[in-house]
Design a protein around this ligand. Structure first.
Ligand SMILES: [Zn+2]
Length: 154
């Protein structure tokens, strides 16, 4: 039986920052993963769905299957390079800002906007989120607040 694996990129530019970042996080660098990552990490903090990212790649003339975009995004999420934000079962965004923060979600056009962590105070009975303590001796791993907004149509 022959096992076909994606070839590692032998011709990548040495010292390419995104390639180095992927490798440092344990992501095996392939040509497609690198193209997807470069597109994703271009231009500061971004919130993108897999479909939006695929559209950007298509516009740049890159032919990448949506399944490959999804797989790569999930790998980057597992490697801790991006965060997944699930708005509803049909809508998952990938966020290049991996620091603890919250979001405004504009229901009209599906736009996500960061809310700095310190602007939201969460309190729970019998728990202290500020010190990472949940109820019944549990530990809080993250707090993700999504505030859903509608623009005034007046
Ligand atoms: Zn964000």
């Amino acid at each position: 039986m022959t096992v076909v694996t994606q070839p590692e990129l032998a011709t990548q530019t040495p010292g390419d920052p995104i390639s180095e970042r992927l490798k440092a996080s344990g992501v095996r660098v392939t040509e497609q993963r690198l193209a997807i990552s470069k597109c994703l990490f271009s231009g500061g903090h971004r919130h993108l769905t897999a479909e939006q990212l695929k559209d950007e790649l298509t516009q740049q003339g890159q032919k990448v299957a949506l399944a490959t975009v999804y797989n790569t995004l999930h790998q980057l999420t597992r490697a801790g390079l991006i965060k997944q934000i699930i708005i509803d079962p049909q809508r998952t965004y990938f966020d290049t800002n991996i620091h603890q923060h919250h979001h405004f979600f504009y229901e009209d056009d599906g736009q996500l906007e960061d809310i700095p962590n310190e602007r939201i105070a969460v309190s729970l009975d019998q728990a202290d989120p500020r010190h990472g303590q949940g109820p019944n001796g549990t530990k809080i791993t993250s707090v993700d607040v999504v505030i859903r907004l509608q623009r005034d149509k007046g």
